[in-house]
Design a protein around this ligand. Structure first.
Ligand code: APR
Length: 175
């Protein structure tokens, strides 16, 4: 039974232990999925974020989920895409790894990710999807306590990218 799932939809509607937010280093909200999560969670989320003192790119911090169906939000800050020669790949990998480490440290079992950095931060979608699937697959081998990771793709393009990658990775593990 695979511990990785994909779905197309709105991450603010998903009832898991934690949804991951694609935030910025201030953690004080924004547009995109960050704006959607802040709106759905209600004003207490921003209040808690204010006390966190920001978050460096590639790292992750946890808050309560408040009015979200998810119990927690893990805020991570993806890299802004420049040219692929400024550690963008390593920093995006770090977002997925640190988010899973924070989930493990808080004894969470189910976590949902958006497509970090692929909106306003302009990370190429295909490269970001490959990094997401490869990093999560690798980390899950080291963190057996996490039972389920769901990639929540807002648009069909991302969904199809992840679907293809997961089919390939399942095929390779079977062969
Ligand atoms: N549910 C799931 N995914 C969503 C949702 C949603 N409700 N809304 C947007 N997305 C998807 C976008 O389609 C994109 O694939 O989230 C992905 C990430 O896009 P952004 O939200 O723009 O995040 P990012 O590219 O990491 O840029 C972060 O944008 O909103 C600001 O404060 C944020 O400065 C930060 C920057």
């Amino acid at each position: 039974m695979s511990r990785i799932e994909i779905m197309q939809g709105d991450i603010t509607k998903i009832a898991v232990d934690a949804i991951v937010n694609a935030a910025n280093e201030t953690l004080l909200g924004g547009a995109g999925v960050d704006g959607a999560i802040q709106r759905a969670a209600g004003p207490q989320l921003l209040n808690e974020c204010r006390g966190l003192g920001g978050c460096p790119t590639g790292d992750a911090k946890i808050t309560q989920g408040y009015h979200l169906p998810a119990r927690h939000v893990i805020h991570t800050v993806g890299p802004v895409w420049r040219d692929g020669k400024h550690q963008e790949h390593n920093l995006l990998q770090s977002c997925y790894r640190r988010s899973l480490e924070v989930a493990q440290a808080n004894h969470l079992k189910t976590i949902a990710f958006p497509c970090i950095s692929t909106g306003a931060y302009r990370f190429p979608k295909d490269q970001a999807a490959r990094i997401a699937v490869a990093t999560v697959s690798k980390c899950l081998k080291q963190i057996p306590e996490i039972e389920k990771v769901i990639f929540v793709c807002f648009d069909i393009k991302d969904f199809k990218l992840y679907e293809e990658l997961l089919l390939l990775s399942e095929k390779s593990t079977v062969e």
